[in-house]
Design a protein around this ligand. Structure first.
Ligand SMILES: Cc1ncc(COP(=O)(O)O)c(C=O)c1O
Length: 482
């Protein structure tokens, strides 16, 4: 079967896949200026051709529905289908943002309740659901930090501290918000080095951005001392809550001393991360910073929900209307269906699963930090590097076994970083299969290194020039055959 053909190559003149019933509506002639000059160049195929073609194409890609996906930090966490169905209900998708508020009380209640639940989970006072992504939330948080200092006429605070292990969006957002980035060195385990921190604290510091657990999955044990030092120096603490799954119901950033944070709903709360789909990065703040939140904010008076957009100190609008409401709806469904008890189970299982995989593989893969981790951890490639097999080779070989590679070469702390996040809802059988496969590949690296070095062998495409593919994408049929 020629399933490797493009749909255009399957085209046969005159073949049709579907015919519409005759329209009962009278035809009206269009003005010639509105008409196409020639018929569109579309494939002429049968219904079977279309369905088989796209079904087979979909299997060429690895996805969460085809196999295990231990991509650290940016992983696909659990995205229940039922939440997708709920957010796609006509009752929600049929709404218009300009409808009078009296006719949209239901969806405003969902937004209001979600703001409250996120505040409870994180220990902050209130939330804006408007930002569209994690990085967008960071930018909003940093704009709030700027407004806060400006409001106090403290214009000298122009610097944001970012640890060298931070996610790349942190320094990028700080620079975009107009701050100078001051990098502080981390300890070997990626936690903040207190002496490095103390050496940069002065009255030019506007704040610090931290992820806790940090990018190698370690809990920042000195967080209370860090908060004390930064506050004492007049700065604010920003929490990057992109991956909140190991914290939920166990520890709250607000209690640790953080003033502002964002949460990636499109990770921890039921929307798939990656692939360029819609996201949502709500920003939470302490009571003191509440007036700076972007507009509009959903509030409640008695039993009535309304949209507030007249806070003089607000940083203003940062999105259309109320952000990505469809993503918030999924988060609401996820929060309500899990409830308080099960949210803390998510934290416990994500931590348990990561530690189980780490402990099972640490005799084969180099573990730079041999300590209890949270939801993810990092290996520095194979222990035995004598055959030259790299993290890249292992990642490609995993594809032959139907497993998505871990995050490669991030964080930058180790030469062969391999960041693994198994997530909370994977079964022990799946984890054992991954562990077994990793050990098989480690053995292959000794017995037949070329097999691993030239992997993948079973995928539709082999090793790609990823930079070229991203910079010079060929997405048109004619470019591909040129
Ligand atoms: C720790 C961390 N911070 C920030 C972000 C940025 O989130 P987004 O991709 O939604 O902009 C990510 C995304 O993966 C992340 O892992």
């Amino acid at each position: 079967m020629a399933y490797d053909q493009l749909i255009f190559e399957r085209s046969q003149t005159g073949r049709i896949g579907y015919s519409l019933p005759k329209s009962e509506i009278k035809e009206y002639p269009l003005d010639d200026s509105l008409k196409r000059e020639k018929t569109p160049d579309l494939p002429e195929v049968s219904e079977f051709d279309v369905i088989r073609h796209f079904t087979n194409v979909s299997f060429k890609n690895h996805g969460i529905e085809t196999g295990f996906y231990p991509l650290g930090s940016c992983t696909m966490k659990y995205n229940p289908k039922i939440d997708q169905d709920l957010s796609g209900m006509d009752a929600f998708t049929g709404l218009h943002p300009y409808q009078p508020v009296d006719t949209v009380q239901g969806v405003l209640e969902v937004l209001y309740e979600t703001q409250k639940m996120l505040a409870k989970i994180s220990g902050l006072d209130t939330y804006s659901l408007n930002p569209y992504a994690g990085a967008h939330g960071e930018l909003v948080g940093l704009m709030i930090i700027r407004h806060y200092h400006a409001n106090r006429k403290d214009f000298a605070r122009k610097k944001i501290i970012v640890p060298d292990s931070a996610h790349g969006t942190n320094p990028a957002s700080a620079a975009t918000a107009g701050f100078d980035v001051v990098e502080v060195a981390s300890n070997q385990d990626g936690t903040v080095n207190l002496n490095s921190l103390k050496s940069v604290l002065d009255d030019s510091i506007a704040g610090i951005m931290l992820t806790n657990p940090n990018t190698i999955g370690m809990f920042e044990k000195d967080i209370l001392e860090i908060a004390r030092l930064v506050h004492e120096a007049g700065g604010l603490l920003y929490y990057d809550g992109a991956n909140l799954n190991p914290m939920m119901g166990m520890a709250r950033p607000g209690d640790m001393g953080f003033d502002i944070m964002h949460i990636n709903l499109h990770k921890t709360f039921s929307t798939p991360h990656g692939g360029g789909g819609p996201g949502s990065g709500p920003v939470g703040v302490t009571r003191e910073l509440k007036p700076y939140l972007p507009e509009p904010v959903v509030r409640k008076a008695g039993n009535h929900f309304f949209i507030d957009q007249k806070d003089d100190q607000s940083i203003g609008r940062i999105s259309h209307f109320y952000g990505n409401v469809g993503v918030v709806l999924k988060a609401y469904a996820f929060l309500r269906t899990n409830g308080k008890e099960h949210l803390s189970e998510i934290a416990q299982y994500s931590t348990l699963n990561a530690n189980y995989v780490k402990e099972s593989l640490k005799d084969t893969f180099k573990l730079p930090i041999d300590a209890h981790c949270k939801h993810e951890f990092v290996f520095d490639g194979l222990i035995d590097k004598s055959t030259g097999v790299t993290t890249y080779d292992i990642s490609k070989r995993l594809l032959d076994y139907g497993i998505h590679p871990p995050t490669m070469y991030f964080p930058l702390l180790y030469k062969e970083s391999m960041m693994i996040e198994p997530v909370e809802n994977e079964s022990k059988q799946t984890l054992d299969h991954f562990i077994k496969t990793m050990k098989i590949i480690a053995k292959e690296a000794i017995d037949d290194p070329d097999l691993v070095k030239h992997a993948p062998h079973t995928t539709p495409v082999k090793r790609l020039d990823e930079a070229k593919a991203a910079r010079e994408p060929k997405v048109k049929f004619k470019d591909l055959i040129a």
